[in-house]
Design a binder for this molecule. Structure first.
Ligand SMILES: [Zn+2]
Length: 568
């Protein structure tokens, strides 16, 4: 049924109005969760609602036109000055083999305020202007001056390619392969002006299983939206004990990691659209026994800034002691293992931790919200998953130190390995498993003073992470930071045709985590299941989504190919 855009908008506006805007006060988060599992009409009307609300997306952002539209696409493009910002920059990967190399690399990066994209055990990716590159190289030891490989040489183009554009959609193959219904929302990365109404729309479409609220307001006064998904447990459920078990799925701490936000929204949609109270399947069990709180954009100010001014912005947009250098790194702002140093740290740094823990407003809001949730024993955080990019890694606590082991290390490792397996079995992308502290340090050969010990030199500080905060202060048994695609070909500038396949593999991993947790709590008799039965079986998935990165490999030079291969 075709509905004129105006009528679609009116109908959707009605649903949106019913759901109200995102509440702006914390007290609204305490509203009674809407509970009604016996609502057959919600299923039968879902398709109808989905269809007419497609018109809302068109209305929100006029470049969208569905296949039924007569008008061709009119697409916004970033301003030319936005484009020229990156003309001179390249992203290079350096091999780091010794402690001395790591030390000098870190010092050179600090001296020139370069943007380190990712650092792992034996490599570091850095964005550098071609004009600055000669100076940078002279600050590095001789051994490193030739040991770099270009990752992105046309940065402006890579940036532009992440914005909505005219062209044939490549999503058709994903739609068929995934079995998931097509959703216009996931054809592109979305700005806040679309994400906020989209969340309100979801809340209005599924009032029996959602609650929209705000974590608080950002430094610039934007809502930090969250959607709680769940249904009331049956009266005879012996497992709840009066506390809601809550799983938190967070994304968008780092503004430029758009794939984290798109994946969070994909998981949210998947959980809602696949829930059927009559089927008594995994999702029905999960939503009965857990509340899921989705926070897709923890850093809305930074996210907005990536859409309007600097696509590669990472921090929030808070004022610092230096007027020309704004922003605090949210994932270095939490109190556990906070390692900022006001004598050394510079606000111009991409990973500036602020002057004290929780100085970053958005981190403070999240901490306040978690405190309110857990006060009085009304909520127990059962799991926390923080989505980031890139490097395809499942990381577990601790982030701030490698010298302290988590008390349930064995469980964390088992689940992390299972998650990596679920990711891999979906599309063939390998995810590494590691402690978060290992994910950002360089291991070197033993030093001269004590040959029996490995020497670790950090390329990036990693204290004050949300991962450690939830694990330690919120006593979350299962806390993970997941770094999504890719392994360096595009880095933060992952093409939009990876949105859906990344969402699918994350959704499979997410469901497997839920299955494991149901078994862990004794709700389901999963204790006797094999690893394959929980995380997936080693077999070729019929109709698996095409791995776009594989096709990209063919165009790369041999060195670059080798680097990415060994990371898989
Ligand atoms: Zn990140």
């Amino acid at each position: 049924m075709y509905l004129p855009p105006v009528l679609s908008l009116l109908l959707c506006a009605l649903f949106v109005a019913l759901s109200s805007s995102i509440p702006t006060s914390e007290s609204n988060a305490d509203q009674q969760f809407l509970l009604n599992t016996n609502n057959p009409s919600s299923q039968s009307t879902e398709t109808f609602l989905s269809r007419i609300c497609g018109g809302l997306i068109e209305a929100i952002w006029p470049h969208y036109k569905t296949s039924s539209s007569k008008t061709s696409k009119v697409l916004p493009r970033p301003a030319s000055k936005f484009q020229s910002r990156y003309d001179d920059d390249v992203v290079l990967r350096f091999k780091v083999k010794t402690e001395e190399e790591a030390k000098q690399f870190a010092e050179a990066v600090d001296t020139l305020f370069l943007d380190v994209w990712e650092a792992s055990r034996d490599w570091a990716d850095v964005r550098v202007s071609k004009k600055v590159l000669p100076s940078f190289l002279t600050l590095l030891p001789q051994s490193m001056q030739q040991s770099h490989t270009p990752i992105i040489t046309q940065l402006s183009k890579a940036v532009l390619d992440t914005f909505p554009s005219i062209g044939n959609s490549q999503d058709e193959r994903y739609r068929h392969a995934s079995g998931m219904p097509h959703d216009l929302f996931f054809e592109d990365y979305q700005p806040l002006s679309v994400i906020y109404p989209w969340m309100r729309q979801l809340a209005s479409m599924f009032p029996d299983r959602t609650q929209l609220f705000t974590i608080g307001t950002s430094y610039e006064g934007r809502d930090i939206p969250a959607l709680r998904v769940g249904v009331e447990p049956r009266d005879d459920d012996p497992h709840e004990g009066g506390k809601r078990q809550t799983i938190v799925l967070m994304a968008g701490s780092h503004a430029r990691e758009w794939i984290s936000t798109s994946t969070a929204t994909y998981l949210l949609r998947g959980l809602l659209h696949n829930f059927d109270p009559r089927r008594h399947d995994l999702i029905e069990k999960l939503l009965t026994h857990y509340d899921f709180v989705f926070i897709p954009v923890l850093n809305p100010d930074g996210y907005e800034y990536t859409w309007t001014t600097d696509r590669l912005w990472r921090k929030n947009r808070q004022d610092t002691s230096l007027p020309f250098c704004r922003g605090i790194d949210l994932d270095r702002s939490f109190p556990v293992g906070w390692d900022g140093d006001t004598q050394v740290d510079n606000p111009c740094s991409e990973s500036y931790a602020g002057e004290h823990p929780l100085q970053a407003i958005e981190a403070q809001r999240l901490a306040e919200w978690t405190k309110n949730e857990t006060e009085g024993g009304k909520t127990n955080f059962a799991a926390f998953v923080d989505l980031h990019s890139y490097s395809q890694e499942i990381l577990y606590p601790y982030s701030y130190t490698c010298d302290k082991q988590p008390h349930n290390l064995e469980d964390l490792e088992e689940v992390a390995i299972g998650l990596a397996k679920a990711f891999r079995l979906t599309n063939g992308h390998y995810y590494d498993v590691d402690s978060a502290c290992e994910g950002s340090v360089t291991l070197t050969t033993p030093g001269s003073t004590n040959d029996s010990q490995l020497v670790r030199t950090k390329l990036e500080e990693s204290g004050g992470s949300a991962l450690d905060y939830f694990y330690e202060n919120m006593t979350v048994k299962y806390a993970f930071q997941v770094k999504l695609r890719d392994t360096g070909s595009y880095g933060f500038l992952l093409p939009k045709d990876s949105i859906v396949p990344t969402g699918i593999e994350a959704f499979n991993a997410f469901l497997a985590l839920g299955k494991w947790m149901l078994g862990d709590r004794g709700i389901e008799n999963y204790a006797n299941l094999s690893s394959d039965e929980i995380w997936g079986q080693e077999e070729v998935i019929v109709g698996a989504v095409i791995d776009t990165n594989e096709t990209d490999d063919a165009d790369e030079d041999e060195d670059s190919f080798w680097w990415r291969r060994r990371r898989r």
